[in-house]
Design a protein around this ligand. Structure first.
Ligand code: SF4
Ligand code: SF4
Length: 360
């Protein structure tokens, strides 16, 4: 990086080293070449930091906790330096009427310019009375804030798709942001919780290119959710050779074999976990021996459970093909789809079919 570019970097709360490291991580996550790093740095170092209103609705606050935990402080700190976090109930000092006044002022002062981050689902049943803040429902707050935001980032699977509270029978009628907001761009950073790198990349893309990154059909940024876990997994060679852990702790598990038979949902899950990994030590769930539970997919609490049973409809190389039980719902669906099913094509039709299938 040239001295001139270096001069763009303001006196940040996080060190210059962390700042540059964060921009480099984001560039890699975004699939940009290293030559783009100075441009990201320049955008990130702009003293006009975008105001952000972070709304908490029906959730466990796990996304914020994950972002701020000591296990990956660099990215959390960097994110807080990139934006002006004007309203965030978990971390702001203000409380009560003072906090609500702050929200009102921020909306008025920065109308059309602020980013709204939403964490949590929004209950809609009975006029949304199951989540209230300062006497107002989450629905009302979102209806007031969303039209005035420049863009909305739905962080976590609750904000994206309703989350665990939307699992059957969804007693509060919880939905994700996109079901209620129309006219303001919304991007979904799904995951339970999402990898902070995905949020960092999205914000840096917005700051650098003045628009949200391209998304898939579920509103998720393609740079992070464009490929299946299965297609990026270091255990994939074992899958392709038919080497599986049959149960946790067996010889196959100890040798790092594929976790499909002990419930890994990687063949049906789109996320960058095998590449982005978590924390500074660079681990991810499948890498340390636990199957992916599919947390980035809509309705995963209903569609990916039981977590420790295998997905139906995934062809095992070298075996006799499709894994599904006679008489199971899976088999009926598979009979309709017939020969179109392959290792890759078969995934995506197995949803809601795990229960009731027979062991191979
Ligand atoms: S099934 Fe899971 S463990 Fe096996 S290769 Fe696919 S993602 Fe990796
Ligand atoms: S490995 Fe699967 S369950 Fe784990 S965080 Fe990634 S997408 Fe979610």
């Amino acid at each position: 990086m040239s001295k001139k570019e270096d001069e763009h970097i303001p006196p940040l709360q996080c060190s210059r080293r962390l700042f540059l490291k964060g921009c480099t991580i984001a560039a890699a996550a975004l699939g940009l070449s290293e030559v783009m790093v100075p441009r990201l740095v320049e955008a990130a170092a702009n003293p006009q930091r975008p105001p952000v209103i972070w709304l908490h609705f029906q959730e466990c606050t796990g996304c914020t906790e994950s972002l701020l935990r000591a296990s990956h402080p660099d990215i959390g700190r960097l994110l807080l330096d990139l934006i002006s976090l004007d309203y965030h109930e978990t971390v702001m000092a203000a409380a009560g009427h003072q906090a609500e006044e702050l929200l009102k002022q921020t909306i008025e002062k920065h109308s059309g310019k602020f980013i709204c981050v939403v964490e949590g689902g929004i209950p809609t049943k009975d006029n949304g009375i199951y989540c209230k803040i300062a006497g107002r429902t989450a629905m009302d707050i979102l209806a007031e804030v969303a039209p005035k935001a420049a863009a909305i980032i739905a962080v976590g699977s609750c904000a994206a798709y309703g989350g665990i509270q939307a699992a059957e029978p969804n007693p509060t009628g919880a939905v994700g942001v996109q079901s209620l907001v129309h006219g303001t761009p919304v991007i979904n950073i799904s995951g339970c919780p999402p990898n902070p790198v995905c949020l960092l990349g999205t914000i840096l893309h917005y700051l650098t290119f003045k628009r949200l990154p391209p998304v898939d059909g579920l509103g998720r940024p393609l740079f992070a959710y464009g490929r299946k876990i299965h297609d990026q997994c270091e255990r994939r060679a074992h899958f392709d050779e038919g080497r599986f852990a049959e149960q946790f702790g067996d010889a196959g598990h100890l040798q790092g074999y594929c976790l499909y038979k002990v419930g890994c949902k990687g063949p049906q899950t789109y996320a960058n976990c095998p590449v982005a990994r978590f924390n500074d030590v660079g681990v991810w769930p499948v890498g340390v021996g636990h199957g992916c539970v599919g947390c980035t997919e809509p309705d995963f609490w209903d569609t990916m459970t039981p977590f420790y049973e295998r997905l139906p409809g995934v062809a095992i190389p070298g075996g006799d093909g499709i894994v599904t039980g006679a008489g199971s719902a899976g088999k009926k669906i598979l009979a309709v789809t017939g020969a179109a099913i392959g290792i890759h094509a078969a995934v995506g039709i197995g949803k809601r079919l795990v229960k009731g299938k027979k062991e191979e």
